[in-house]
Ligand binder design. Structure first.
Ligand code: PLP
Length: 273
C-alpha cells in the first residue's frame, strides 16, 4: 500500500509523521473522505473546495489543490481497487510541544482505504449530546472527531450504524458522519446549515436532485416522519428502517427509493476523468 506524504508516494510501512504533529497532539487538522470508483474520485472539486473552507476556518494555509489532485491520482494509480475511499488529511504540521502551530508547514497525507456497498437501509439512534450550532468549529470538517467516535460506539451497542444529534436548541442536526433527511406528507426536508450540520457534499447533491427543502426541524420529527434517510460519501442515499425504538417498516419507502435511484443514476457524472 502506497500513501502520499511529504510531496510523494511512500510505502505505508515506512511512512512517518512526527509524534509532535499538531494534528495528533491537539487535533489541529482537517480532512476529506472521497469516494473512488474504478480509480476515479467522485466530486473531487467539491471536496477540495470544502477542504479549503475548513483550512481557512482553522487558520491553516490554503491547501494546494494541484498537489492534492496529483496525490489522489497517484494513490489511486498505485493502489487499484474497484471501490475505495480516499482519505485526505491536512494538519498544522509539527513543532515543539507547546507551540501554537507546526513550524515546518502543514502535513498532507493522502491514503486509500477499502469500502463496501452499504445496505439499502439501516438503524439509527438519537443521542443526548448536542451539536453546537455556533461553535468555532461548526461546519468545519476537522480531525477533532472524538465526540463522533463516542456517539457511534453508543449506536453500535444498540445495533445501529449511525447516531443523530440535535443542536443546542433541540433541533435535528446531523449524524456522526452523515446528513439526515425526513419525509413529511410526501415532501423532503433536511436541517439547514444554520442547525450546525456539515455542508455534506452528498446532501447538496440530494437537495439539488430531489428538490428537498431546508427546514428547521425539532428532534421529535423523527417520531412522526413517514420516511427518514441519510446521505454521506460512503452511504450515498441510505434509508433508515429504525430510529431508536421506532420501526419504519418497508424502508426504503417510495420517496426515499426514488431519491436513491436518482442519486445512483446521476452520480456517475461527477467522477473526475
Ligand atoms: N456530517 C458529518 C459530521 C460528516 O463527517 C460527514 C461526512 O463525513 C457528513 C455529514 C456527510 O458529508 P459528505 O456527504 O460530504 O460525505
Amino acid at each position: 500500500m502506497k500513501i502520499w506524504l511529504d510531496g510523494g508516494l511512500q510505502d505505508i510501512e515506512s511512512a512517518r509523521v512526527s509524534v509532535f504533529d499538531h494534528g495528533l497532539t491537539v487535533g489541529d487538522g482537517i480532512f476529506e473522505t472521497v469516494k473512488a470508483v474504478d480509480g476515479r474520485a467522485f466530486a473531487l472539486t467539491r471536496h477540495l473546495d470544502r477542504l479549503t473552507r475548513s483550512a481557512r476556518g482553522l487558520g491553516l494555509p490554503d491547501p494546494d489543490h494541484d498537489e492534492v489532485r496529483r496525490a489522489c491520482a497517484a494513490v489511486l494509480e498505485a493502489n487499484p481497487v474497484p471501490l475505495g475511499r480516499l482519505r485526505i488529511t491536512y494538519t498544522g504540521g509539527h513543532g515543539p510541544l507547546g507551540s501554537d502551530r507546526g513550524e515546518h508547514g502543514p502535513t498532507l497525507v493522502v491514503a486509500l482505504g477499502g469500502t463496501t456497498r452499504r445496505p439499502d437501509s439501516t438503524a439509527v439512534i438519537t443521542v443526548p449530546w448536542t451539536r453546537n450550532e455556533r461553535g468555532a468549529l461548526t461546519g468545519l470538517k476537522t480531525t477533532s472527531y472524538a465526540e463522533n467516535v463516542v456517539a457511534l460506539a453508543r449506536a453500535r451497542e444498540q445495533g445501529a450504524s449511525e447516531a443523530l444529534f440535535a443542536n443546542t436548541v433541540g433541533q435535528l442536526c446531523e449524524g456522526t458522519g452523515s446528513n439526515v433527511f425526513v419525509v413529511l406528507d410526501g415532501e423532503i426536508h433536511t436541517p439547514p446549515l444554520a442547525s450546525g450540520c456539515l455542508a455534506g457534499i452528498t446532501r447538496a447533491l440530494a437537495i439539488d436532485w430531489t428538490g428537498a427543502t431546508e427546514t428547521d426541524l425539532p428532534l421529535d420529527v423523527l417520531e412522526r416522519a413517514d420516511e427518514v434517510f441519510l446521505t454521506s460519501t460512503l452511504r450515498d442515499v441510505q434509508a433508515v428502517h429504525r430510529v431508536d425504538d421506532r420501526e419504519l417498516p418497508g424502508a426504503p419507502g417510495p420517496v426515499t427509493a426514488k431519491a436513491m435511484r436518482n442519486f445512483e443514476e446521476r452520480s456517475g457524472n461527477d467522477l473526475d476523468p
